[in-house]
Design a protein around this ligand. Structure first.
Ligand code: 13P
Length: 253
C-alpha cells in the first residue's frame, strides 16, 4: 500500500505575516487528517520560520528547488542540499515545469538535482509533464518518457528514485483552473509506472506518483481515487488553510 502524500507548493507567494497565519490555520485543522503524509514547500526565505512553527507537528516541510552542487561554494544565489538539511527539510521539489520552462532546467540537470537530493537524504519530488502543444500533438507519453528516462539512465538514477516521489503535472493544467480529468491523469500515471517497471518492477509498484495541476477541494477526491494517483502537489489551493486541509482529507482512504 502506498501512503498518500499531499504537498503544498507555495511558489513565490507569502510574507512573514501570511506564513504565520497559514501555518496556524494548518496546525489547527490537522487533528483529523490521518494516514496521509502532509508537507509544505515555502519560498527559501521562509523555511526557517516554517521550521520553527512546524517543529513537533505532523506536517513536514521542504524546498522548491536546490543547487545541483552539494555542500557549499561560490554559487551566488543558490541554495544547497546541506542548507536544506540544516533547516530540517524532508522534501525538495525538483524539475518543476516553471523551473524547466522559465529557467531553462533540462532533463539532465533535473536528474542531477534528484541525485544530489537523495545523496543528502532528502526526498525529491520530481516533476514531469507535457506542455499543451505537446499534448495536442499527441506527444504526452514521448515527453514524459524522455523526462523519466533521464532519471532512469543508470543504476544510481534508478536507486535514487527509490527515495523519490514523482509528480505528474500537465503544464496546461497548472494555475489555469483546467484540471486533467481523473481518467486523463490516470492514463499518464499508469504510463509512468509502466515506464519505471521496465527498469525495476518493485520500484514501479512502490513509488508514489502525485498529480498536480489545479487540484481543489472539489476535484481532489475523484483524482486521488484513481488507482495510480497517490496524492497531490498543490499550488494555489495550498495557500488557503481550509482548502489545503480539505485536499489532505480527500487523500484519506
Ligand atoms: P496549481 O495547483 O496552482 O495549478 O499549481 C500546481 C503546481 O504547479 C504545483 O506544483
Amino acid at each position: 500500500m502506498r501512503r498518500p502524500l499531499v504537498a503544498g507548493n507555495w511558489k513565490m507567494h507569502g510574507s512573514r505575516a501570511s506564513v504565520a497565519a497559514l501555518i496556524e490555520g494548518l496546525k489547527g485543522g490537522m487533528a483529523d487528517v490521518r494516514g496521509v503524509d502532509v508537507a509544505v514547500c515555502p519560498p527559501f526565505v521562509y523555511l526557517g520560520q516554517v521550521a520553527g512553527l512546524l517543529q513537533g507537528t505532523g506536517i513536514a516541510w521542504g524546498a522548491q528547488n536546490l543547487c545541483q552542487v552539494a555542500g557549499s561554494g561560490a554559487y551566488t544565489g543558490e541554495i544547497s542540499d546541506a542548507m536544506l538539511l540544516d533547516l530540517g527539510c524532508r522534501y525538495v521539489i525538483v524539475g518543476h515545469s516553471e523551473r524547466r520552462n522559465i529557467y531553462g532546467e533540462d532533463d539532465a540537470l533535473v536528474a542531477e538535482k534528484c541525485r544530489v537530493a537523495v545523496r543528502a537524504g532528502l526526498t525529491p519530488i520530481v516533476c514531469v509533464g507535457e506542455l499543451l502543444e505537446e499534448r495536442e500533438a499527441g506527444q504526452t507519453e514521448a515527453v514524459v518518457a524522455r523526462q523519466l528516462d533521464a532519471l532512469l539512465q543508470d543504476g544510481e538514477g534508478v536507486a535514487a528514485l527509490r527515495q523519490a516521489v514523482i509528480a505528474y503535472e500537465p503544464v496546461w493544467a497548472i494555475g489555469t483552473g483546467k484540471t486533467a480529468t481523473p481518467a486523463q491523469a490516470e492514463e499518464v500515471h499508469a504510463f509512468i509506472r509502466s515506464r519505471i517497471a521496465t527498469h525495476d518492477k518493485a520500484l514501479a509498484g512502490e513509488i508514489r506518483i502525485l498529480y498536480g495541476g489545479s487540484v481543489k477541494p472539489g476535484n481532489a477526491a475523484e483524482l486521488f481515487g484513481m488507482a495510480d494517483i497517490d496524492g497531490g502537489l498543490i499550488g494555489g489551493a495550498s495557500l488557503h488553510a481550509d482548502d489545503f486541509l480539505a485536499i489532505c482529507r480527500a487523500a484519506m482512504s
